[in-house]
Write a protein that binds this ligand. Structure first.
Ligand code: HEC
Length: 343
């Protein structure tokens, strides 16, 4: 826990104590009218008792007694209100303890969230894992077990400490190379490290191999497909990259990590090949961004001839609508794309 948290906690406790102790201190303040008040109260009780006890013989004194009682009551009314009486000390100390406990529990449970309140979820996670990092590193270095190395690598990766993460994942792989998470994350670290060292033009084969192996070991893990798509697009394999990224999106429908990459690759394809632009605009929603299939069947390696595709585009087929508006040059370009996929 940080010094800031502890300071805030202490301030809250002091503030809580002052609030609860306030009536305790006030009760000690003397009432300046106490003497007069008690005199009048005694007088009132005396007069009331006398009135109650009046015998028939002394009935003549009643008006005078009533008169005096009325004056006493008026005087009492004229005094400022008495400060409220002192509460039993037990209650106050009980209240104080309860308040201290509540403040303490409240502070411990809300301060971390409050401190992280200004961060978005990703940043908050980064902060949390960064805080855990030294402890995990120490444990991994002390016993070097695979789960500890993986825990350290994961925390370092999530905190953006890629050098540490690479070291931890490499240590875990040395003991057991069949670990998809360690493979792909080490691979992506190596791949992007090349970028920062200005070697983007020559992709790192070893890094790519790590990522591809991870995707083969864990094909249904969304991150496997996401990083594979990233690595493939780095190698200029845009179609395969789109397939992997679409796979990622179907494995993790909430994941938005691939959206930007898909848009970039599509934009690149559209400007490089106008036929892909026609495909993206008309067919990709059903047949997948790279023809891999979706609502409609896969168009890859389906043995489709140019003429049969042209017929289907013009007339539609089953649930697929017709696209009579695609003709001439755009139809030729589109057919070339689908034809290219059959090889
Ligand atoms: C609304 C969804 C949808 C769109 C958009 C769509 N298709 Fe299709 N497509 C289908 C469906 C569904 C089938 C399967 C029809 C059947 O066999 O009954 C199909 C079948 C096909 C086939 C035959 C595949 C095979 O193996 O027999 C081809 C080729 C094809 N579509 C090409 C295209 C092209 C090119 C476009 C864009 C111009 C396109 N489709 C747009 C839904 C769609």
């Amino acid at each position: 826990m940080t010094a800031l948290t502890l300071t805030l906690l202490a301030l809250l406790l002091v503030a809580g104590a002052l609030l609860v102790l306030a009536p305790l201190r006030q009760a000690g303040v003397s009432d300046p009218d106490a003497l007069r008040r008690s005199e009048l109260e005694t007088e009132r009780e005396r007069l009331f008792a006398e009135l109650r006890g009046l015998t028939a013989a002394a009935e003549g004194r009643r008006p005078e007694l009533e008169n005096r009682a009325a004056r006493v009551l008026r005087s009492l009314d004229g005094l400022p209100p008495a400060p409220s009486g002192r509460l039993p000390a037990g209650w106050l100390w009980g209240g104080l303890t309860l308040a201290a406990v509540l403040v303490g529990v409240g502070a411990f449970s809300f301060i971390p969230a409050w401190q992280l309140g200004g961060l978005n979820p990703g940043e908050a996670k980064t902060v949390k894992t960064a805080v855990l990092l030294p402890g995990l590193a120490e444990r991994a270095k002390a016993n070097g077990s695979v789960p500890d190395e993986l825990a350290w690598g994961r925390a370092a990766f999530d905190a953006g400490q890629y050098d540490q993460a690479a070291g931890a994942y490499a240590a875990a792989l040395k003991q057991n190379p069949r670990q998809p998470e360690a493979l792909r994350r080490l691979g992506i670290i190596l791949l992007t490290r090349d970028d920062t060292q200005g070697q983007a033009a020559r992709p790192n084969d070893q890094a790519f191999l790590l990522i591809r192996t991870a995707a083969q070991l864990a094909p249904d893990d969304p991150e496997s497909q996401l990083l594979l798509g990233f690595a493939l697009s780095r190698y200029g394999q845009d179609t395969l990259a789109l397939n992997a990224l679409e796979r990622y999106r179907s494995l993790n429908p909430q994941g938005r990590d691939a959206d930007e990459m898909i848009a970039v690759i599509r934009g690149r394809q559209n400007s490089a090949d106008p036929g892909l632009g026609v495909y993206a605009a008309n067919c990709a929603s059903c047949h997948g961004a790279a023809g891999g299939g979706g609502v409609g069947p896969s168009l890859l390696h389906a043995g489709l001839t140019r003429a049969s595709v042209a017929l289907i585009v013009r007339n539609g087929k089953g649930a697929m609508p017709a696209f009579p508006q695609i003709s001439g040059k755009s139809l030729d370009e589109l057919l070339a794309v689908v034809e290219g996929w059959q090889k």
